[in-house]
Design a protein around this ligand. Structure first.
Ligand code: AMP
Length: 216
């Protein structure tokens, strides 16, 4: 299965991507994760991406597209993949179609995780990430037993720069302006399947797997 996952920031794309990719045994390719790994590794790409990420803006298309092109050309992506966070605008979607054409592949389906605006703001502003193990907690929905300390590894918890309130608002504006039109793009080409991404994580995964199984 060649799958694209879309939805607003805070829809739980990263979490669901893990479970869905494991269920269908396909590699998860997350552009946000690749950028963050480059930021931590201090690469040129990381230095370039960081200033856009911290501001809640999209990294320029030519940089992102080249990164995805390289990743999709790797062997493990031949038999299927899950793209999380790419494409993020209609131009990237066109580029993705071009990349897949060159590889002689086609998308199987696009899954849209639907969540209301107010819920997304609540989810993003409460998110806290462990500096040591990377586990993500939530002050309201999955709180650590001691504030700012990871229950798994005792690492220090922090708020991602791009989860700070002003940046969250900006990321949602960017989503509305650039990424939401992507949903119409895929709907009009009949490639879109949508599920409600609310309620317990396991329920959303179950809904996602049920919606995707016909395309596997
Ligand atoms: P995410 O973890 O998917 O929310 O991505 C974090 C940040 O990485 C985004 O706010 C963007 O700055 C950048 N990013 C991730 N994917 C893309 C993409 N497809 N195009 C441009 N920027 C991206």
């Amino acid at each position: 299965m060649r799958l694209v996952l879309v939805g607003p920031p805070g829809a739980g794309k990263g979490t669901q991507a893990e479970f869905i990719a494991a269920h269908f045994d396909i590699p998860k390719i997350s552009t946000g994760d690749i950028f963050r790994a480059n930021v931590s590794g201090g690469t040129d790409l990381g230095r370039l991406a960081k200033k856009y990420m911290d501001a809640g803006d999209l990294v320029p298309d030519e940089v992102t597209n080249a990164m995805v092109r390289d990743r999709l050309a790797q062997d493990d992506a031949r038999e299927g993949f899950l793209l999380d966070g790419f494409p993020r605008n209609v131009a990237q979607a066109g580029e993705l179609n071009g990349i897949l054409d060159e590889l002689g592949l086609a998308l199987s389906v696009v899954l849209d995780l639907e969540v209301e605006h107010a819920e997304v703001v609540k989810r993003l502003s409460g998110r806290r990430t462990c500096k040591k193990c990377g586990h993500v907690w939530h002050l309201q929905f999955d709180p650590p037993s001691t504030a700012d300390v990871c229950d798994r590894c005792a690492g220090e918890l922090y708020q991602r720069d791009d989860d700070k309130p002003a940046t969250v608002r900006h990321r949602l504006d960017v989503y509305a302006a650039q990424t939401a039109p992507l949903i119409d793009f895929y709907r009009s080409s009949d490639q879109l399947v949508a599920i409600e991404a609310i309620g317990p994580v396991e329920d959303v995964t179950e809904r996602a797997v049920a919606a995707l199984t016909p395309y596997a």
